[in-house]
Design a protein around this ligand. Structure first.
Ligand code: ACM
Length: 446
């Protein structure tokens, strides 16, 4: 048992398979292997109304899962009502249009997209989820992925408000990683602190997501004021500056009795918080470093758990992005192989599937990406992987029948129906070798 198992998650999570899982034809045996059995849903790129989140929570609960991480903010949208900063949702919650497709042949759709949750609505969601054994872990992503914040409050960006206004007209209408990051002024830290204070008033989760992923460092590097700040504090690199920034937030949240969860980039530079949970998404490097440093680790490697990735090589797959992640691939995910060393195995708190929604703009498209892959993921999360594919396949028709009864618009095993395809909307399929090489490059500074 790791330290995580002694936390409120380990102690409070249901330890017996829900009846609904049996009804769904899923096989969840005995006690769960992992304390954290999560799904992250990106409601920043694509807002989903509360009623749909409640439906999603019910489906997660039926699969024996117990964490819903809500990715509430990103370059493309801010969804969390902050009473002290109303423009975050008024301005940051609306973009004039969205990218259609992926890569160089993508276009813009000309359709405004907007939405945000009131604190009252989110309190209701937290209650609804708790009654079903699901903890909602909110995530506010800083210091990068900040364009929606800066559209609303340019004074928190690099170079001063006028310079930010000249660069940022609105939340990003394109997908990818914006260069925009928060500046490191005292007033910006206070702003971020206030946002997290309000977040803690709404969400009772012991764990609070602070993001930390994919912060582009160019603006920090080129800004004399940021460089001066780094010199004053003895911070030798922009990576260390990011650690310093995240440490301020982690310290503040610890003062409120919370622990932070951050993506594995959090470990670039210095370790910002010894009690942080590391969500390791870029291959094994972040997980191993996190475990070695004594962190609890949630495994969500993109090659195995990114449900926006395409489900087959067929040209009919809608907006194909990422590497192929078929149902069988998910079933053969082996989070902690039997020969893993004890120092590593003991620190793995759980697993999480991440659902990024750039290209999932309706409930039906979300269903298509998530199901039936979630069935295999849930069994891995409960039993440990890998599954016996032949045995799982025999039970699959029963599970698909249950999804039909729940009106889940899953991907048929034969491939997408015509109404599930996106003819003419370009994607960017990747191959595994190419992505593995990129991951090695991206994690070289860990
Ligand atoms: C991530 O996929 N940016 C965590």
């Amino acid at each position: 048992m790791n330290g995580f198992a002694g936390s409120r998650y380990g102690a409070g999570a249901p330890t017996r398979p829900p009846g609904a899982a049996r009804a769904a034809g899923l096989r969840l045996d005995g006690e769960p292997r992992f304390a954290w059995r999560g799904v992250m849903l990106d409601v920043a790129r694509r807002f989903r109304p509360i009623a749909e989140l409640e439906r999603f929570v019910e489906l997660l609960a039926a699969h024996g899962l117990n964490v819903l991480q809500l990715h509430l903010t990103d370059d493309q949208g801010w969804r969390f009502e902050v009473r002290a900063y109303p423009r975050l949702t008024e301005i940051g919650g609306r973009r004039s249009q969205s990218q259609l497709g992926h890569g160089p042949r993508s276009t813009l759709d000309g359709i405004p997209h907007e939405g945000s949750y009131t604190q009252h609505e989110l309190r209701g969601l937290v209650r609804f989820a708790a009654e079903r054994g699901i903890r909602v872990v909110p995530e506010i992503d800083v210091p990068g992925h900040a364009q929606a914040i800066l559209a609303a409050y340019p004074e928190f960006g690099v170079g001063g408000a006028d310079a930010v206004r000249a660069r940022v007209a609105e939340p990003w209408t394109r997908y990818g990683i914006s260069d925009e990051v928060l500046n490191v002024e005292e007033s910006t830290l206070e702003f971020v602190g206030t946002v997290f204070d309000e977040l803690c008033e709404v969400f009772d989760s012991e764990f609070i997501g602070i993001g930390g992923d994919e912060a582009r460092k160019r603006l920090w590097r080129e800004d004399p004021r940021t460089q001066e700040f780094m010199a004053e504090r003895g911070l030798a690199s922009e990576d260390e500056l990011q650690s310093w920034f995240l440490q301020q937030i982690a310290d503040r949240l610890r003062g409120r009795g919370r622990r932070v969860v951050g993506w594995d980039e959090m470990l670039e530079g210095r370790d910002p918080a010894p009690d942080a949970v590391v969500a390791s998404w870029r291959g094994p490097v972040g997980a191993e470093l996190g475990a070695r440093l004594g962190h609890d680790v949630v495994l969500c490697p993109d090659l195995w758990t990114y449900f926006d990735y395409r489900q087959s090589d067929a040209p009919e797959e809608p907006i194909p992005v990422g590497t192929v992640l078929s149902l069988e691939d998910v079933a053969t995910f082996d989070p902690v192989p039997s020969d893993a060393p004890e120092w590593y195995a003991d620190r793995i708190a759980g697993v999480q599937a991440n659902v990024w929604t750039e290209h999932l703009d309706t409930r039906e498209r979300l269903d298509y990406a998530v199901f039936p892959r979630l069935g295999a993921f849930a069994e891995v999360a409960w039993n440990g992987g890998p599954l016996d594919w032949a045995e799982f396949s025999e039970r699959l028709p029963g599970y698909l029948g249950w999804l039909d009864e729940q009106r889940v618009d899953y991907r048929p095993m034969a491939g997408p129906r015509p109404d599930q395809q996106r003819p003419g909307v370009p994607g960017v399929p990747r191959d595994r070798a190419d992505r593995l090489a990129e991951l090695a490059r991206l994690t070289a500074n860990l």
